[in-house]
Design a protein around this ligand. Structure first.
Ligand code: AKG
Length: 277
């Protein structure tokens, strides 16, 4: 699998807010992400069951999972998030300064995988921080399965359809699902039917949605979001995170410093478990 980003892709991202990069992941990365995905979905299932709940935010047990900020608990995910492929993708669309802002699994359960309403990722930021002023950031939506309307692929609305270029819409909460909804009209957008290992990149002001999964298999995606500079709330606090990735186009990711705190927590927990045996 080779990455080639054309001028057309760059123009499409700039003017319409999205571009599709078909089949760009290596088999090894795809396999690694699928393995990690299985682990984190299993972990989330156990956590929900232990707590006696079936809904947590926009996660619905067995139906739809949003599992974010877990990469530091994995031995391998850092190598993808801060690796060569993502360096090339993010620098092409964001420029030579890049930070990791967020990452999450989005998995739809077999047979009953729920749809996800039209929204802008920046709409989720604005909902919690109405005074937010931020440059649109980059979402890399990574298909871990072949994607189609049957298994719940995404659709993206080009900016020109609803004037979403640099415009954040006010979103409303949908009862029952807890989705934030930024649009509920008749426009259908562009459906992203791609093979596993493809990446759809879109801007955080691009409206997007996804269908329900009617197939007998899970539908798995991994979403990595990057900014060109740290994103701050209206009153100056860092929003989520800004892990340095590229500076002047060079990788400056410091794995040991980044993973140290979590690894230490895991080490201490293992010692406690060991003493309790
Ligand atoms: O993969 C999906 O179903 C959509 C995920 C999504 O839109 C998001 O996390 O913002």
């Amino acid at each position: 699998m080779t990455l080639s980003i054309s001028q057309e892709d760059l123009d499409s991202y700039k003017s319409e807010g999205y571009a599709v990069l078909p089949s760009v992941l290596s088999e090894d990365d795809l396999e690694m992400l699928r393995l990690e995905c299985a682990y984190f979905v299993g972990f989330t299932d156990s956590w929900l069951i232990e707590k006696g709940i079936s809904v947590f935010g926009i996660t619905h047990l067995g139906k739809r999972y949003f599992i974010s900020s877990r990469y530091r608990y994995s031995q391998t995910m850092w190598s993808f998030l801060f690796g060569e492929l993502m360096a090339k993708v993010t620098s092409a669309f964001l420029g030579s300064e890049v930070f990791l802002f967020n990452e999450q699994w989005v998995v739809k359960g077999a047979n009953e995988g729920m749809q996800f309403a039209w929204h802008q990722d920046s709409g989720y930021v604005k909902f919690r921080d109405p005074g937010t002023k931020h440059d649109p950031y980059l979402t890399c939506w990574i298909a871990l399965d072949d994607m189609s309307s049957e298994n719940g692929t995404i659709s993206v609305m080009p900016h020109s359809t609803l004037s979403t270029h640099n415009r954040i819409i006010d979103h409303k909460v949908e009862k029952g699902t807890n989705d934030l909804v930024g649009y509920d009209g008749d426009e259908t957008g562009i459906q992203i039917d791609v093979p596993a290992g493809s990446i759809a990149v879109f801007s955080s002001t691009s409206l997007h949605r996804s269908n329900a999964n009617h197939t007998s298999k899970q539908r798995r995606a991994y979403l990595a979001q990057y900014t060109a500079k740290p994103l701050y709330t209206a009153n100056g606090k860092l929003w989520n995170q800004a892990v340095p990735f590229l500076a002047n186009g060079e990788c400056i990711y410091d794995k040991d410093a980044d993973l140290k705190e979590v690894q230490e927590k895991i080490r201490q927990k293992q010692q406690i478990d060991w003493k309790q045996k």
